[in-house]
Design a binder for this molecule. Structure first.
Ligand code: ZN
Length: 898
């Protein structure tokens, strides 16, 4: 147990820096076993008094300090800071430190991956490289000289443009990089090692030619083309959509296999997890391809939203992350199917962010306190943050939104700003009042909206009453009503949207304005015209009256998921069956099917919990048949139908329950899949066959859609009576791409028998040389909801290919198990909890960030059945009792137990 409680940092304590930095010159000399860093920094005073200069620095060996050219001992050091009594108004420090990247397993600061040196400085890693004011509002100009051995480090990279390189004798060489644009030190990066690269170029809108390179380990260079194409598309999209041009001569991406997160936007030297760069059809799935494209775009977009304009302090993290996620979501929507992208993003939000917002770590998208900032790179800051930007886009509309972002870049280029500054631009430029909207930044919790409609046939009016509540969250017992954009359509009995007189001040959002273009064009069938109305819910209860409503409509509410809320309605199952077929909004067509499934499974779980036997509702089976018919049509949007035919995930069903029993949820969902497969076996097989046209592989969206739908069918069949194991086996053997091969493998993973063992052995042998594919091998086994999984994990964690030091591998085994496999993880005897707890304890000292992330599945312990609750709580207490608990793990465990 920790004896000292780590310090909580508060937003309200923010103070501007006492000293600013004019520029910094780093000289980084890499030797085997030690790296010497000399930082020459020009400071200027930024306050009236005579405060000392306090620099951050951790895990550093201090060699020497000089001020204005003279060595000094007039300073104090502790394990976190170096303090020099007021050195003057303008002065230069030269600080020499020694570090050991070879021993750095936390993967923060300068560390090694695959024999190469690389850095990760966000959020506070730079302080483990040298003493410096490590805070984002200290922006400065970096010049970096990197020196290393010519043989082991032929490649020497840092931010900006290469201004000089050469030999320094003794088999060593150097390179000097200069970034003329001021940046905070969290965007500093350095790479030194033996890497190969592919090269291309991009001509910017003003005609400048940018040299683009992707660096990888030798042998991987043939897996980089997709990333390079994605980069060029991103650069073009940002010019076209936001008018943003790239400013430097070089843009480098380096892929490393040991990385705590997905990727990092260091100015002109993005460092990526290999999982988000390497992609070839033989080794990467369609989903992997889309993620690579999306993350390449995300990091590139940070060049403007994050780097040129950065965050004043880490409480403002969503300023760059929410905005950049919104930008990458829109990019992906433009490159692929807009409707499918929206569904996938909402599923992710509901699956992962909603529980976070309802649990002990719930925080607003702009948190107001933290112990360890690394714990706040959350789904709330990123994904809910993106929803909050999306709502602003919806409220302003395309044109005003674009004018507002222009103003934002104009006003704040080269500065470190706040979320309020961003909102102010939105407001100043559009005239839209966002004062109440601001609450989205400070109130945590998912708002719940209730909609009740009433048709007055005599008056031909339709009254829609919307009410809202925001649930209490830790530290926030009482909430104010929020400003919620609710996109609504009224669907007439013929299935067409009614064109009615909306309530005063509500403007219909017709094609090209709000809904159709920005939310739905990918889903709209050509013969349809949607009419939606943007209602702005601001009070706790409001009634909106539509006039000239000729017939009784069925309301389609929250089209395009126009706000990140939970919606309750008084619509009947019949209403949803109608919307599932007729809604002009593709998102709500999909949503209606999901609601029907959720309602039915909820009733079935109730039945089981009260001792009865669950039966799949015949009406649901019938409506599923309607969807299968749609999926079988020759012009079907197959990617969309793959989503429509999928039942809600276990995690989403669990959220509907007061007390979660994962076994019951799993059994009921299985029962439904079984009954659907039994009833529609032939249709499903027919769709499978029609999607299984054995042509040569292509990665276009249409082909990917075929694969997605085909593999949903395979999964359905495998859940039915007489599962076609040989079909799965055959698909595995004959696949010419990873999507099909992994889909077959994942259904076989859930069987027990010779076929299963054979394909897993084959898969390992085939792909032994591809670490990212071996990650899939681990994670498919860990995710299989069969009893033998628990034993298998014990063997897998001792497998020669397993390592606790590689985050991807840790995630592929432990995170896959604890997050994708609720049945085994929540095994009654508590073995699942033990497995995870032991991994967290082992990682606590090696890599605290990854250890803290693994705590996620234990966070909601209070929601499970009493026996499980007790065991999960005991697991958390066992972790809390460890000595040397990292602040990362301490913060989450202590807040979770509170
Ligand atoms: Zn980001």
């Amino acid at each position: 147990m920790r004896t000292d409680t780590p310090k909580t940092i508060l937003l309200k304590d923010y103070q501007p820096p006492k000293y600013k930095v004019a520029d910094v010159h780093l000289d980084i000399r890499i030797f085997a076993g030690k790296t010497l860093v000399t930082a020459t920094t020009r400071f200027t005073k930024n306050h009236d008094g005579a405060e000392p200069l306090v620099l951050n620095g951790e895990r550093l060996k201090l060699v020497s300090v000089a001020i204005n050219g003279a060595a000094t001992t007039n300073y104090t050091v502790d394990d976190k800071t170096l303090t020099i009594p007021h050195p003057g108004n303008e002065f230069t420090t030269v600080i020499e430190t020694e570090i050991c990247p070879e021993e750095n397993t936390a993967l923060e600061g300068l560390y090694m991956s695959g024999g190469n040196y690389c850095t990760q400085c966000e959020a506070e890693g730079f302080r483990t490289i040298t003493y410096f004011p490590d805070r984002p509002d200290v922006m400065t100009i970096f010049t970096t000289r990197v020196e290393g051995d010519k043989k082991t480090c032929p490649v020497l990279l840092s931010n900006g443009n290469l201004i000089e390189d050469g030999d320094c004798g003794d088999g060593r060489h150097y390179a000097i990089w200069h970034d003329p644009f001021p940046k905070p030190c969290y965007l500093f990066a350095l790479v030194a090692g033996d890497l190969v690269h592919i090269r291309d170029s991009f001509t910017t809108m003003s005609g400048r030619i940018v040299d683009l390179r992707i660096y990888v380990r030798a042998g991987d260079e043939n897996q980089c083309d997709w990333a390079m194409e994605s980069l060029k598309r991103s650069m073009e999209w940002d010019e076209k959509t936001y008018g943003r041009e790239y400013q430097l001569d070089r843009f480098n991406i380096v892929a490393v296999s040991d990385f705590n997160m997905g990727a990092m936007e260091n100015t002109s030297l993005n460092i990526f997890n290999t999982a988000l760069v390497l992609a070839r059809p033989e080794t990467a799935t369609d989903m992997d391809f889309e993620r690579v494209e999306g993350v390449i775009a995300h990091e590139y977009f940070h060049n403007w939203t994050g780097n040129r304009v950065t965050c004043r302090d880490w409480f403002q993290l969503s300023l760059k992350e929410g905005l950049t996620v919104f930008r990458d979501q829109e990019f992906t929507a433009d490159m692929n199917s807009r409707g499918v992208k929206r569904i996938d993003d909402v599923v992710r939000l509901r699956n992962m962010q909603f529980p976070e917002d309802a649990g002990p770590m719930a925080h607003p998208i702009r948190p107001d306190n933290y112990i360890e900032i690394n714990n706040f790179y959350t789904l709330t800051v990123y994904e809910k943050g993106a929803e909050v930007i999306r709502m602003q886009h919806t409220l302003l509309g395309d044109d005003k939104y674009r004018k507002a972002t222009d103003l934002y870049f104009d006003r704040y280029d080269g500065m470190a700003v706040t979320c309020d500054d961003f909102l102010q631009c939105m407001q100043d430029s559009s005239g839209v009042d966002l004062s109440q909207f601001k609450l989205w930044y400070s109130q945590a919790g998912t708002p719940e909206v209730t909609a009740e409609g009433h048709y007055d046939a005599a008056a031909k009016t339709y009254h829609l009453t919307l009410s809202q509540t925001v649930p209490p969250t830790p530290g926030q017992p009482d909430k104010k009503p929020m400003h919620i954009p609710v996109m609504v359509g009224l669907v007439g009995p013929n299935g067409h949207d009614l064109d009615v007189t909306p309530p005063p001040s509500v403007i219909p959002a017709k094609a090209g304005i709000h809904t159709n273009q920005t939310m739905d064009s990918g889903l709209r069938r050509n013969d349809e015209k949607g009419v939606s109305y943007l209602l702005e819910l601001k009070d706790s209860k409001q009634t909106f009256t539509f006039k000239n409503v000729a017939v009784k409509p069925v309301p389609s509410i929250l089209r395009g998921f126009s706000a990140p809320v939970k919606l309750h309605t008084n619509l009947s199952d019949d209403d949803y069956r109608f919307l599932m077929v007729h809604d002009s909004d593709g998102f709500n067509r999909w949503e209606s099917g999901q609601i029907l499934a959720l309602r039915m499974m909820g009733r079935m779980i109730d039945t089981v919990e009260s001792g009865g036997a669950a039966v799949t509702d015949p009406a649901f089976i019938d409506s599923y048949g309607l969807m299968l018919d749609q999926a079988n049509a020759s012009n079907a949007d197959r990617a969309l139908m793959a989503r429509a035919l999928s039942l809600p995930d276990l995690a989403i069903i669990a959220q509907q329950r007061k007390i979660v029993d994962p076994d019951t949820i799993f059994t009921v969902r299985r029962r439904v899949l079984h009954d659907l497969a039994a009833r529609y076996r032939d249709q499903i097989q027919a769709i499978y066959d029609s999607c299984n046209t054995p042509t040569t592989y292509s990665n276009d969206a249409e082909s990917a859609g075929r694969r997605a739908l085909k593999n949903v069918c395979l999964r359905l069949l495998m859940n039915g009576p007489n599962p076609p194991v040989s079909l799965a086996r055959q698909q595995y053997e004959s696949a010419n791409n990873m999507t099909d091969r992994v889909a077959a493998l994942s259904v076989l993973a859930e069987t027990d028998g010779a076929d299963r063992d054979a394909v897993f052995a084959d898969f390992f042998k085939r792909f032994e040389q591809y670490p990212l594919v071996i990650d899939k091998w681990f994670s498919l086994q860990a995710s299989a909801p069969i009893p033998s999984t628990l034993d298998r994990i014990a063997t897998l964690k001792d497998h020669p290919a397993f390592s606790l030091l590689n985050p991807n591998r840790v995630r592929s085994l432990f995170a896959a198990f604890a997050m994708n496999n609720p049945v085994c993880f929540h095994a009654k005897d508590g073995r699942g909890y033990d497995i995870l707890t032991n991994a967290i304890i082992a990682l606590n000292t090696k890599n605290p960030q990854i250890a803290a992330r693994l705590l996620g599945p234990l966070r909601e312990w209070r929601r499970y059945t009493p026996d499980r609750q007790a065991k999960m709580k005991a697991a958390l207490e066992r972790i809390l009792a460890q000595e040397n608990l990292s602040p990362d793990v301490f913060e989450i465990v202590s807040k979770t137990l509170k």
